[in-house]
Design a protein around this ligand. Structure first.
Ligand code: AMP
Length: 188
């Protein structure tokens, strides 16, 4: 059992203690931010979900979209906390109904995420959740899917921002919030 008092002062720093660096995963040169120690700790998991949701209480969020894979794990409880519905954004070929797809650039090549075409109705207020923003391509693609279906993007929110990779530049001025920031950045 974790001591709740341990994070009364600085929740972000306390949560960062549950994120472990895995060097050279999934490929050489990448320091992977492994959030599984955070997910398996009831107190830290709850505090992370609350921290992700807190800025969006009373903001009229109707849907929370999570990005596969770890974004799904965080977005579903955030949706519950906000009293919103949940929308999965998945890798290509995983969703069973008619989908809308968005390509985004990787370091080498491209990838796609998809959402069900009827998952977001025009005008619905949508919050996008992911575990990590690195170069920002995934998050930008998610935002484009929301906007392409006519949704109103309330914000994007990340548990971890790798500020030194400059991912928020890819968001084109869209609102965004991060709980934990690594490296130089705006802290938000
Ligand atoms: P990007 O499109 O470069 O911002 O990458 C963000 C997506 O890739 C997120 O869905 C993350 O889950 C994953 N990701 C990228 N870099 C890392 C990393 N260093 N540690 C953990 N996940 C990462």
């Amino acid at each position: 059992m974790t001591d709740r008092r341990a994070h009364e002062g600085d929740t972000a720093a306390w949560l960062a203690g549950f994120v472990r660096d895995i060097p050279d995963f999934p490929q050489p040169g990448v320091a992977f931010k492994d959030i599984t120690p955070l997910l398996r700790d009831p107190e830290a998991f709850g505090a992370a979900v609350d921290a992700l949701a807190a800025p969006f209480q009373n903001r009229g969020v109707e849907l929370v979209a999570g990005i596969e894979a770890r974004g799904l794990m965080l977005a579903a409880p955030v949706a519950h906390v906000l009293g919103a519905g949940f929308v999965p954004m998945r890798k290509i070929g995983k969703l069973p109904h008619t989908t809308r797809s968005q390509a985004y650039a990787l370091e080498y090549g491209t990838d796609h995420i998809e959402v069900h075409e009827d998952a977001i109705a025009p005008g619905q207020r949508v919050l996008v959740v992911d575990d990590v923003i690195a170069t920002g391509g995934t998050a930008a693609a998610a935002a484009e899917l929301v906007e392409g279906l006519g949704g109103e993007l309330v914000s994007l929110v990340f548990l971890v921002k790798l500020a030194f990779l400059g991912g928020v530049e890819r968001l084109g001025g869209r609102p965004h919030v991060s709980v934990i920031t690594y490296g130089p950045g705006d802290g938000g």
